[in-house]
Design a protein around this ligand. Structure first.
Ligand code: SF4
Ligand code: SF4
Ligand code: FES
Length: 494
């Protein structure tokens, strides 16, 4: 252990702790560019200089071990003066791009200049010109002039994805970031380099020029893309729909959680937000043999509840691992008893998996559903019973049975039913065939919890209002429960 003083405050830390980390534990912020807690230490940007008693020169806080009896000053005149010089040096060749730079508003050069710089520029020479707006892969653009060579992106591709697409080439003030010849920055986690680039050198093709960051609002959420449940922030802008796309979500960003996703998310999850506003069912619809007709909520709920209440045969319920724990709990209470046959049925086929974050189960709450007793067996037997006329109707939570299962098996079974109720957010073949279509909200439009494959229960928060007339499944289930005369306790309603 080492007992030291930082800005006059005492702290005891484990041996090997860096000064920057000890300061952070005291709530003292030391500026940093190259230092990132998830990467090895490079110690090359020098912005984290602090003054340490008995050391003749200022030292970098990110690569100096705490020692017993050390006296550190992050706020002395000498420390501040050194920082100002470092910033001036880092900005010597930096272009005056702020007005047209996508990073403006979240750029650490801008922020630190205002906080630690505030010097008058003394650089009158021609700045070194480098390549601008170069595509270095399917997701990322590089502006080499803006790069401060902190090497975070290089270390990310060496240490986290181990794909090593990036490197620093040339010498002195001609040094720049580049992809290796004949290669692209193309891996399943490529978008993270944009998050960790402290300046506007690496920008996201999907986000750049869509929205100034100061117009963004943020909600803490959980990625529904797979069973990992990476912690994310939804950045959205409901005031200014962009480029006529109608998209309200502008981007997703990782949210740090050391036990689940550390600082990272995969590209599939990052760009998965597009489904939020695409292909959505916006109004309740009833499909009769001779017509398809929109209906208001009270009426369609009355009709659906009547079908369920008056059913003479059994009812099959396809429960989805996309539902939250709270919605699953309501489903279990509402559809219990001999009349109902429930199955856990994934709307997404299994996909790729790696030994980092990505899981083959492309649902966020399979574990939660299993812990509540839902099982995925028995679907085959159900179709047999449909054909035998024992099943009267089906309740389907968004799954596209007609594409997920063999249509030669499903179509005849569906034809033998008297009715189908589809509760889901997106159009698919099943929603186009169901007799009652109840549009539901997506994860970004509601509150709840998912249980990830490790068994961690994680909360997600509403960012947006449900699109059109869609409603969260929890509300739909409660309204059905009222009509069916089932009392649901408040605890189960989430
Ligand atoms: S591109 Fe960004 S992350 Fe990479 S070295 Fe330059 S400043 Fe650092
Ligand atoms: S690993 Fe899974 S949960 Fe994490 S971002 Fe990717 S799809 Fe989403
Ligand atoms: S943050 Fe310490 S040298 Fe870069």
């Amino acid at each position: 252990m080492a007992k030291l003083t930082i800005d006059g405050r005492e702290i005891t830390v484990e041996a090997g702790t860096k000064v920057i980390e000890a300061a952070e534990r005291l709530g003292i912020f030391v500026p940093r560019y190259c230092y990132h807690p998830g990467l090895s230490i490079a110690g090359n940007c020098r912005i984290c200089m602090v003054e340490i008693e008995k050391f003749p020169k200022t030292q970098i806080a990110c690569n100096t071990d705490c020692l017993d009896g050390m006296v550190v000053r992050t706020d002395s005149d000498k420390a501040k003066e050194t920082r100002r010089h470092i910033l001036e040096f880092l900005l010597a060749n930096h272009p005056l791009d702020c007005p047209v730079c996508d990073q403006a508003g979240e750029c650490w050069l801008q922020d630190y200049y205002m906080k630690f710089g505030l010097y008058d520029g003394r650089f009158y020479e021609e700045k070194v010109k480098k390549q601008k707006a170069v595509s270095i892969g399917p997701t990322v653009m590089l502006d080499a002039e803006r790069c401060i060579l902190c090497s975070r992106c290089v270390r990310f591709s060496d240490e986290i994805t181990k794909t090593s697409e990036l490197g620093i080439v040339s010498r002195g003030d001609h040094s720049e970031i580049a992809v290796h010849p004949d290669r692209e920055l193309d891996n399943k986690y490529s978008g993270n380099v944009v998050d960790i680039c402290p300046v506007g050198a690496l920008t996201d093709k999907d986000f750049r020029f869509k929205c100034r960051v100061w117009y963004l609002k943020s909600a803490d959420s959980i990625c529904p893309g797979c069973a990992r449940g990476c912690n994310i922030q939804i950045h959205y802008n409901t005031d200014r729909p962009q480029h006529g796309s109608g998209e309200r979500v502008m981007r997703l960003k990782p949210r740090e959680n050391p036990e689940v996703n550390q600082w990272w998310i995969c590209d599939a999850g990052r760009y998965g937000y597009k489904s939020i506003d695409h292909n959505r069912i916006e109004r309740p619809v009833v499909r009769k043999p001779d017509a398809v007709q929109e209906m208001d909520w009270p009426q369609i709920l009355d009709e659906a509840a009547r079908k369920i209440r008056e059913a003479k045969g059994k009812i099959g319920v396809f429960v989805s691992p996309q539902l939250s724990n709270e919605e699953l709990s309501l489903t279990r209470k509402l559809f219990s008893g001999d009349r109902f046959q429930t199955f856990l049925f994934s709307p997404n086929p299994e996909g790729d998996q790696d030994d980092f974050l990505i899981r083959s189960d492309k649902n966020p709450n399979t574990k939660g559903a299993e812990l509540m007793g839902f099982k995925s067996t028995g679907v085959e037997a159900l179709f047999k019973e449909c054909e035998e006329g024992k099943i009267e109707g089906l309740l389907i939570f968004g799954q596209d049975l007609l594409s997920l299962l063999d249509p030669r098996r499903v179509e005849p079974a569906l034809n033998d039913l008297l009715w189908t109720v589809f509760i889901g957010p997106h159009h698919n073949l099943m929603s186009e065939a169901a007799s009652y279509v109840l549009p539901s909200a997506v994860y970004a439009e509601k509150n709840g919890t998912f249980t990830n494959f490790q068994g961690k229960v994680q909360k997600f928060n509403q960012a947006l209002e449900p699109l059109g007339q869609s409603r969260p499944e929890g509300e739909i289930l409660k309204d059905l429960a009222d009509r069916l005369g089932v009392k649901l306790s408040l605890a189960a309603t989430g």
